[in-house]
Design a protein around this ligand. Structure first.
Ligand code: IPE
Ligand code: IPE
Ligand code: MG
Length: 250
């Protein structure tokens, strides 16, 4: 382990870190380049963050790669993003597998182009038994869509007599979300200065620590990630209690 990593408190490493990878377009524009150039550079950041997370021992990374709202972008950008996705998944599946990374997706991938669905399904199947790190890609994802679906599923269960309405609990709701079985993120990182959630993981982020940085996603590499983790470790997660109560139980 490198010295920067040992500076992190080993007993306070988040299990799950979620990312809103924002700012690819602005990063490209700053250099007089096309937006897609920024998206391609963003893929390099994803690779570096996965590598660093493995070294640190983080178990889950969720990355917002394409929102339901992103279909509203110019068609050339949408197509460019889909091509980049296929390219990145195809190029990286073997490496992910070798490194013990399991790939999952959240969101409605059935609406993606067929080439994306095929490459994703291949990678998901190939890496299914890996246990070092789970990479969750949010694709055609929106939290309101996810929660609406969950309501429909629970309503069906009640209608068919499998469930009584008074038996609906927080955990039965979690179980019908796309993220069923994945712990809630302890930390959410959003790059590029925007301080909003943009329809991401609304249920799961209830008690997540939020970290916003002006750094654009293509510049968000190992050092910036370590800064975010250090900020996380300096926070007191009180969950409604008082600071004194937390100190008593230490
Ligand atoms: C994030 O960067 C990538 C996706 C949303 C797919 P943006 O493309 O949103 O970059 P900005 O916000 O326009 O700079
Ligand atoms: C959020 O970024 C979605 C992803 C990172 C995939 P956007 O750049 O689309 O978010 P808004 O629309 O500016 O909030
Ligand atoms: Mg953006």
């Amino acid at each position: 382990m490198t010295s920067e990593l040992t500076q992190l408190e080993q007993n306070n490493i988040p299990k799950h870190v979620a990312f809103i990878m924002d700012g690819n377009g602005r990063w490209a524009k700053k250099q007089g380049q096309h937006r897609l150039f920024g998206h391609a550079a963003g893929v390099e950041s994803v690779k570096e963050i996965i590598k660093t997370a493995r070294e640190i021992g983080i178990e889950y990374l969720t990355m917002y790669a394409f929102s339901t709202e992103n279909w509203n972008r110019p068609p050339e950008e949408v197509m460019g993003l889909m091509d980049l996705l296929v390219q990145a998944i195809t190029n990286e599946t073997d490496e992910m597998h070798k490194n013990g990374v399991r790939l999952l997706t959240i969101g409605d991938i059935s609406a993606l182009p067929e080439s994306c669905i095929i490459s994703l399904n291949n990678a998901i199947a190939k890496t299914a038994n890996n246990t070092d790190l789970t990479l969750v890609l949010a694709l055609n994802y929106s939290a309101r869509w996810e929660i609406t679906n969950a309501c429909q599923m629970l309503a069906e269960k009640v209608k068919s007599g499998q469930l009584l309405s008074q038996e609906i609990t927080e955990s039965s709701i979690s179980d019908v979300l796309n993220t069923a079985g994945i712990p809630d993120p302890e930390l959410l990182i959003r790059t590029s200065g925007e301080c909003r959630i943009s329809n991401f993981l609304l249920w799961q982020l209830s008690y997540t620590e939020l970290y916003f940085t002006p750094v654009h996603w293509p510049d968000f590499r190992r050092e910036e990630f370590l800064k975010a983790l250090t900020s996380y470790q300096q926070r007191e997660r009180r969950f409604g209690m008082t600071s004194e109560q937390l100190n008593e139980t230490k």
